[in-house]
Design a protein around this ligand. Structure first.
Ligand code: ADP
Length: 324
């Protein structure tokens, strides 16, 4: 198949760096004489025919902007085969030969179904702050989210130190440990609670008291949000009710999703966008651009459709050792 016209959309949760990937796709495609149509608001926009022709200047001055200029959405309809059939008909009617999807494992499941059911060429670029997609060591947006959380926690540490306080700081990441672990190591957190950790309150209290006894004047406990945000409040209540220990809660929330992408996110997104177009030119689909062994490569899409919780046991050990 020779590709002369590519469709491009973002789907699922937004992540800083998506714009860098959009820019790289559009510029690489135009460089190779390929037309690009942007599709607004993910699969929902595709089903409504929300198309936007892309040219060199449509992606000017966006490399530094968070979010996504194409916007994104979740589409319950797209979970149903009849709507995926309609989506493929719409793409073929527009003479769009292949679709690039920037999103998470859920979005790749939708794309994989388009390939399996209709042999429609698809290619994924992993974009989510959670770094939780199988088949890749990295997803676009993770580094920026970590950096944003670190900056916020450094500020919290200033006030925690001044008042000799304990803080429970809840970071994003759904069921993924990645953000909590990296942020915990980089902020010198006294404790890190991962999404599936059973909270042992007694140990938490012992750790905090041991630190205070040896002269620490503040404690930061990083709490991964887990499936439901707000679990820090439950921990706060138990510390108060059973151990008479005051802890302050700070839920960082959506500030971790926005902001200007870091150098790493810009660099990896630029390489992934470029590789995505090359892969379509070379008929390598259905695939996903991934990071493996520190390099940007292609992986079969089927390897990237499940959630992965990179469980960096060595980083857990590192955090424990350094926070003694
Ligand atoms: P992410 O891509 O960030 O993991 P979601 O899981 O919300 O985000 O998925 C984004 C969209 O992808 C969903 O709203 C839906 O339209 C589509 N999608 C998700 N899972 C499937 C699936 N199993 N089959 C078909 N489409 C899916």
């Amino acid at each position: 198949m020779s590709v002369s016209h590519i469709g491009l959309l973002c789907s699922g949760g937004d992540a800083p760096g998506m714009n860098c990937a959009i820019r790289a796709v559009v510029r690489t495609a135009i460089y190779n004489g390929i037309e690009v149509t942007g599709i607004k608001r993910g699969y929902a926009g595709l089903l409504r025919g929300e198309f936007q022709p892309m040219n060199l200047s449509s992606v000017g001055n966006i490399i530094q902007r968070g979010g996504t200029i194409l916007q994104t959405s979740r589409s319950p309809e797209f979970m149903k085969p009849e709507f995926r059939k309609k989506a493929v008909e719409i793409l073929r009617a527009q003479k769009i030969d292949a679709l690039i999807i920037i999103g998470g494992d859920g979005s790749f499941n939708g794309a994989m179904a388009m390939w399996n059911e209709h042999q429609y060429p698809v290619l994924g670029i992993p974009g989510t702050i959670d770094n939780d997609i199988s088949g890749t060591e990295y997803t676009i947006g993770f580094d920026t989210a970590v950096q944003t959380a670190i900056e916020a926690i450094d500020r919290i540490r200033d006030t925690a130190h001044s008042h000799g306080r304990t803080f429970l700081v809840e970071v994003m990441g759904r069921n993924s440990s990645s953000i909590a672990l990296k942020v915990g190591v980089c902020t010198g957190a006294e404790n890190i609670l991962l999404p599936h950790d059973k909270v042992v309150h007694k140990k938490l209290v012992d750790d905090i008291q041991r630190g205070m006894a040896r002269g620490k004047d503040s404690s930061i406990i990083i709490v991964a949000e887990g499936p439901v945000a707000g679990r820090s409040y439950d921990i706060q209540n138990v510390l108060k009710d059973l151990y008479h220990m005051d802890a302050h809660v700070s839920i960082l929330g959506h500030i971790q999703r926005g902001g200007s992408p870091t150098a790493d996110d810009r660099f990896i997104a630029s390489q992934m966008g470029n590789l995505a177009v090359q892969a379509l030119i070379e008929d390598k689909f259905p695939t996903v651009t991934v990071v493996q062994g520190g390099k940007v490569l292609l992986n079969d899409m089927q390897n990237c459709v499940t959630k992965a919780d990179h469980n960096f046991t060595e980083f857990q050990k590192l955090a424990e050792t350094l926070s003694i």
